[in-house]
Design a protein around this ligand. Structure first.
Ligand code: GDP
Ligand code: MG
Length: 679
């Protein structure tokens, strides 16, 4: 008979949980060097001899208190009866920090196996861990593994399979100094006499009041910590014993024990951390930290622009061939003129135009992946902590914001790293102002068209304006709420390392695949719709675009957008279409102005000429970029809002808020600039 069992993987952020999980299940999940990226529960299954393992990758967490979303999700799941074995993934290279969660897990009284990961790093650094002493002190199996090097994986599975029914800890070979040591010798973690007395009294009371309660000791400890969840579900009336919160005493004593463990098991403490410290002296410097961050982002951006544009040149040639080939093919089969026009002017122009930006996007993500996996990105939260503090937020709030440079949707979901729901809402409101990769093609197109040698500065300014608007909005909201966040910045700073090629490749490939999918679906459909809107009017199929439905619809909204410098029906159509996805603004422009592909010199000057013909100049281009930066990012973002807030109403509120912000900011810029230029 086959045995089925559920194995929960839990560990600190960045301990290599996901890597280990992928090594077992073979799934290509995102592996990133971000604390708290694994926000959702991920499952996989595998077979090991007669066992079917259901593996669950839990969100990274430092403890089992119920402060953050991650902790709540992990704790609830681990406490439930669903889990048969808990695998505590610990980063052996920072054992001291990781053991804190381990000690808490041991107290749950469930079968625990410690997977001591990153053993390759330990070896490389010349550290040694006493692998006999460690399990003796913890009372559970400790298996050295290296998820990345795929070492020790089988032994881990073997241990899991055998450990299923051992909720009782192995015999501890460890002498506690306390008098109580005899009485509590089955526990790895024994507290000071005063605390142990209290734990005993509370446990007894719990046993009496809630007969059959599982693991009264753990519940007693939680009650002494004044854990809200347990206080609500298992109230006991012991005012003398539970006179105050003993949380800090309990934490301190755990750390004392950890120190003891480290002292006995860790030989040759790390020498290499010195390098990370040196780099951090500079990168986390109070004065240089933020300028260096902006400089690094500027570098990313220059790379995206220059290298990306260079590759884009070749890419366009390729797309040109495909387009010519298709046109030739269509005429060879004598396709009707309408079908030919739809295919070449609609689909190939729209989808192809967007595809030509793929190199820029790929390089942007390559650079972001590099920064993430090297360990730098986690530090940005640190660097931004004081600035964010001015807005009543912690540096942690900057994590979703910086993820927003990639894509707003995962960025919004990452806002779950914030423990306070009010903070979280504020961050969700400002994250969409961070310029995502889909807006990049718009900047490239318009700045190349109108700002010649200053193109790069014009485009980079959008990123800075995006950050500035986000911060101003946060400031205003903070001023309105007048509440300070109590969220401590408990963020892990992983050591710097050379990014792994595999991790970077998977990351970039996933983004490229997303982009291609988007081109094949959203942008394809949008291009077809736009083409129909522009080629059909009340009289049916028409060559005269100004008589089309699109023109009629666009003209309707000109009065609203004229004050912000965007009073052109073509622009209006592109902006409306752009709500589906930001790249659609560009593909619509291409369809609207009948270009084949954007970028090649001839097409650009033709587009420049037709835009100049309708009176669209550099200022309008800048306003266009600005408006696109700030208004509704895309339908997917709105859907995410609805999902995360569970409210259609707040989704519409957010959409309105974004439109209003875009309008007000662009209005101010356009009117001021017009005044100055007109003088
Ligand atoms: P999670 O946050 O716990 O899911 O951690 P990840 O699986 O995302 O891993 C964080 C980083 O550690 C990634 O860059 C991995 O490539 C790296 N990593 C994971 N396991 C190992 C390992 O055994 N050795 C080394 N050297 N790196 C590892
Ligand atoms: Mg993970």
């Amino acid at each position: 008979m086959e045995n089925e069992m559920t194995v929960g993987f839990i560990g600190n952020p960045n301990c290599g949980k996901t890597t280990l999980f992928n090594a077992f299940t073979g799934a290509n999940l995102k592996v990133a060097n971000w604390p708290g990226v694994t926000v959702e529960k991920v499952e996989g299954a595998m077979k090991y001899h007669d066992n079917i393992f259901k593996l669950v990758d839990l969100p990274g967490t430092y403890s089992l208190t119920s402060y953050t979303m991650e902790e709540q999700v992990s704790r609830q799941y681990i406490l439930s009866d669903d889990v048969d074995v808990i695998v505590d993934v610990a980063d052996a290279s920072s054992l001291e920090r990781n053991l804190y969660l381990t000690l808490q897990l041991l107290e749950l009284g469930k079968p625990v196996v410690v997977a001591l990961n990153m053993m390759d790093v330990v070896a490389k650094r010349g550290m040694e861990i006493d692998l006999h002493r460690l399990p003796e002190m913890l009372g559970v199996p400790v298996i050295p593994v290296s998820a990345q090097k795929r070492k020790g994986l089988d032994i881990l599975l073997h241990t899991i399979a055998h450990h299923r029914d051992t909720s009782q800890a192995d015999r501890l070979i460890h002498h506690h100094s306390s008098d109580h040591s005899k009485k509590h010798e089955q526990h790895a973690m024994v507290y000071s006499d005063g605390l142990e007395d209290k734990i005993d009294i509370v446990s007894e009371e719990l046993n009496k009041k809630y007969p059959g309660i599982k693991n009264p000791r753990w519940h007693a400890i939680k009650l002494l910590e004044q854990d809200h969840e347990i206080m609500e579900s298992y109230p006991v009336d012991l005012p003398q014993v539970l006179d105050r919160s003993y949380e800090s005493d309990i934490i301190n004593e755990k750390y004392d024990f950890i120190e003891e463990i480290i002292g006995e098991t860790l030989v040759n403490k790390e020498k290499q951390a010195a390098l990370t410290d040196k780099a951090d002296d500079l990168l986390l410097n109070n004065w240089l930290g933020i300028p260096l961050f902006l400089a690094i982002m500027a570098m990313v951006f220059v790379l995206t622009f220059t290298l990306g544009d260079w590759i884009k040149g070749y890419f366009e040639i390729l797309i040109g061939w495909i387009s010519d080939g298709t046109a030739a093919g269509l005429s060879a089969v004598h396709a009707g003129p309408m079908l030919t026009a739809l295919t070449t002017d609609g689909i190939i122009a729209g989808v192809g135009g967007i595809l030509s930006f793929l190199p820029n996007i790929a390089i942007l993500f390559l650079a972001l992946a590099f920064l993430e996996d090297s360990g730098y990105m986690a530090r940005v939260a640190y660097v931004m902590n004081s600035v964010m503090g001015k807005m009543g937020l912690s540096g942690r709030a900057f994590i979703p914001m910086i993820l927003g440079f990639g894509c707003t949707v995962p960025a919004l979901m990452a806002s779950r790293v914030l423990e306070n729901p009010k903070d979280r809402r504020r961050v969700m409101l400002i994250t969409p102002f961070m310029s995502c990769s889909a807006r990049l093609p718009i900047y490239i197109l318009f700045s190349d068209l109108f700002f010649a040698e200053h193109a790069m500065i014009a485009a980079y300014s959008m990123y800075l304006i995006g950050i500035a608007v986000a911060m101003i909005v946060a400031l205003v909201l903070n001023w309105r709420d007048k509440q300070r966040s109590k969220d401590m910045l408990l963020i892990e700073l992983p050591e710097y390392k050379m990014p792994s090629a595999r991790t970077v490749f998977i990351y970039v490939w996933e983004k490229v695949r997303d982009y291609l999918t988007k081109a094949g679906t959203t942008i394809f459909v949008a291009s077809v719709i736009i083409w129909f809107l522009l080629n059909f009017g009340f009289q049916g199929y028409t060559d005269d675009m100004t008589a089309s439905f699109g023109a009629k619809l666009g003209t309707l909204l000109i009065p609203v957008l004229a004050p912000v410098g965007l009073g052109f029906w073509q622009v209006v159509v592109a902006l409306i279409a752009g709500i589906s996805a930001k790249e659609v603004v560009v593909s619509s422009f291409i369809v609207l102005f009948g270009m084949q592909t954007v970028g090649s010199a001839g097409d650009l000057s033709a587009l420049h000429a037709s835009l100049a013909g309708i009176g669209f100049g550099p200022l309008n281009a800048f306003c266009m970029m600005l408006f696109c930066l700030l208004y509704i990012p895309c339908a997917a973002t709105l859907a995410t809002f609805k999902k995360e807030t569970n409210s259609v109403r707040s989704m519409f509120q957010v959409a309105l808020f974004q439109l209003a912000t875009a309008w007000v900011v662009t209005f101010t810029v356009y009117q001021t600039a017009s005044l100055i230029l007109g003088m």
